[in-house]
Design a protein around this ligand. Structure first.
Ligand SMILES: *[C@@H]1O[C@H](CO)[C@@H](O)[C@H](O)[C@H]1NC(C)=O
Ligand SMILES: *[C@@H]1O[C@H](CO)[C@@H](O)[C@H](O)[C@H]1NC(C)=O
Ligand SMILES: *[C@@H]1O[C@H](CO)[C@@H](O)[C@H](O)[C@H]1NC(C)=O
Length: 268
């Protein structure tokens, strides 16, 4: 036994940085995605305004290969609700992040990725004006994205920003008319602040407006008119909506996660 003692500290030195700093236990390449928007990106699948049913389908189950950046900016194993501690003041449920990560990992032959790192940043009911450069939510997102990369010890690769927002901008004509300009500015600012002028952005086309807002069509037109390079669009129109008539169901979130993954994989 005495002979083994000197070995232990050396082993710890070798093992600790590999398992903690790399962001995921296996090491290797980790694709990092920033998740931004309002409630449907955060996730309300299975949730009412009072509680969440706790149902987690296999497509959303935790996996050692799916990490999330915690509110305290550390990598940890991801689990539903993915936005716990981030989307504050709301009852949270299932969102598109976990099924998206599973679908991306299923294509690891194509991506070569050992893990997926999710950086949840969404906040319910926020208009796009709440996300312009200098706002609290924008700065939190940039801080989290930078911490995600710094904490992945060279193994992280910032792969895309997933954006599902706009329902709150469909309530007033003025907001709807400003949407395209605000989104273009946001894409420029995020790319510039993260030092990635080519960063892939995948927008989700909104399906209905918040509070029966009348300007859904204008916001959808604005979303499709963001014709910058490397900005993609997937459409949520037609996905099943929950009994609250406001949010995507768990099943719909699984579908949306798969659609987002397909859109990402098409870019490779
Ligand atoms: C929750 O939603 C129900 C039905 O839509 C409504 O009657 C109730 O007032 C809401 N409760 C809260 C706490 O918002
Ligand atoms: C959104 O912007 C409004 C108006 O500036 C502000 O009152 C509100 O606190 C902001 N909300 C968030 C979540 O940043
Ligand atoms: C969530 O998404 C559904 C489907 O697109 C939409 O009907 C609803 O308005 C959205 N809810 C909010 C609060 O953004």
């Amino acid at each position: 036994m005495a002979k083994l003692q000197p070995v232990l500290p050396v082993l710890l030195l070798i093992l600790l940085p590999a398992s903690t700093a790399a962001g995921h236990p296996g090491g290797g390449r980790m694709l990092v995605f920033i998740l931004v928007g309002q409630s449907n990106m955060s996730g309300r699948g299975g949730a009412t305004n009072v509680s969440w049913d706790g149902m987690v389908p296999p497509e959303c189950a935790p996996s050692p290969r799916i990490r999330r950046l915690s509110p305290a900016l550390c990598w940890e194993e991801a689990r539903e609700p993915l936005h716990a501690g981030i989307d504050v003041g709301n009852v949270l449920g299932v969102g598109p992040g976990m099924p998206f990560a599973h679908a991306v990992l299923a294509a690891d032959g194509k991506t070569g990725a050992a893990a997926v790192g999710l950086v949840p940043c969404a906040q319910g009911a926020t208009p796009i004006a709440n996300w312009s450069r200098g706002t609290e939510l924008y700065e939190r997102m940039v801080t989290r994205a930078r911490a995600a990369m710094a904490g992945s010890n060279g193994g992280g690769e910032l792969a895309a920003m997933l954006w599902y927002q706009g329902e709150a901008d469909a309530m007033s004509r003025e907001d709807a008319e400003h949407y395209r300009g605000r989104m273009v500015a946001l894409v420029h600012d995020v790319r510039s602040d993260l030092g990635r002028p080519d960063l892939l952005v995948i927008q989700v086309g909104i399906a209905t407006a918040q509070h029966h807002g009348k300007f859904l069509g204008l916001v959808r037109d604005a979303q499709r008119a963001v014709t910058l390079p490397n900005v993609k669009y997937v459409d949520a129109m037609g996905l099943p909506i929950g009994s609250d008539h406001t949010h995507l169901t768990t099943e719909a979130q699984v579908q949306l996660g798969n659609m987002l993954a397909m859109s990402y994989l098409e870019t490779l």
